[in-house]
Design a protein. Structure first.
Length: 255
């Protein structure tokens, strides 16, 4: 009697401290069966503004509205960007909870969403996971990495690498951090990026010596948010200049 009471108490305390696996990753409510692998309740799941293939208006950056950025860009070094969701206020809140407030549970959610995007990417290119040479990520500056303790893009890349058994390697370093990009004009963003990224010597030399079953090395660069594409384009430019035999694709969580 006492024993069962105690074990009941322990289990209810435990569920208060660590919500069970069936609770929604965002609001801790009961999980819906329809949310698939994502561990969300029905309300949170329905809040996700997915970008569906039919929404896409720009074949380069996957934008869901007419796209001046890709048309104006002189050289585009990546072949394609695909994103999971539209970056609305709810998605800003989810990402902020993870990036700035350290809500680690959400990492599972982002990993699951990236996984579904990767399946879509492979289907779109008619490739299998083993065709991809490497998954890499947009780096943070040392200072930013020390402040935050982790690079969200790297975590997403590593999750993809382990679910699809693809090597993950840093191909880029970031010399300094740029201020908040969203407040800047297009020209400011582009000139701001000069000299920000540099090749990661070790990663690049590994890539250059990797022999793969495709005529070119297929490189997937992961980031959290795609805005105008200037950051991704700069990253892709460096990779392609260092490894001219590579083809670069961008996968981002939101845009
Ligand atoms: Zn929920
Ligand atoms: Zn575009």
């Amino acid at each position: 009697m006492l024993h069962s009471l105690i074990s009941k108490l322990i289990s209810s305390t435990r569920s208060l401290l660590a919500p069970n696996a069936d609770s929604c990753l965002v609001c801790y409510g009961p999980r819906a069966s329809s949310s698939g692998e994502l561990s969300l309740c029905r309300v949170c799941f329905e809040h996700i503004p997915w970008i569906r293939p039919d929404d896409i208006r720009c074949d380069v950056c996957g934008r869901f509205e007419s796209c001046p950025d890709c048309r104006r860009r002189k050289d585009t070094w990546f072949e394609l960007n695909l994103s999971v969701v539209k970056y609305n206020d709810t998605m800003k809140d989810w990402l902020g909870r993870f990036k700035y407030r350290g809500d680690e549970r959400l990492q599972l959610l982002f990993a699951g969403m990236f996984e579904s995007l990767f399946h879509r990417f492979l289907a779109h290119q008619a490739w299998r996971a083993k065709d991809i040479t490497v998954v890499t990520y947009v780096p943070l500056s040392k200072q930013r990495l020390e402040e935050r303790g982790f690079n969200q893009a790297e975590l997403f890349a590593r999750a993809l690498g382990s679910s699809f058994r693809i090597p993950v390697a840093p191909l880029l370093d970031r010399a300094r951090h740029t201020g908040k990009q969203s407040y800047k004009t297009r020209e400011e963003r582009i000139s701001d990026l000069r000299g920000v990224f540099a090749p990661n010597e070790e990663g690049i030399s590994w890539l250059s010596t990797t022999v793969h079953n495709k005529p070119s090395q297929l490189v997937v660069v992961v980031d959290d948010v795609y805005t105008t594409g200037s950051t991704m384009n700069e990253c892709a430019r460096i990779i392609r200049e260092c490894a001219p035999n590579s083809r670069v694709f961008s996968l981002t969580w939101a845009r």
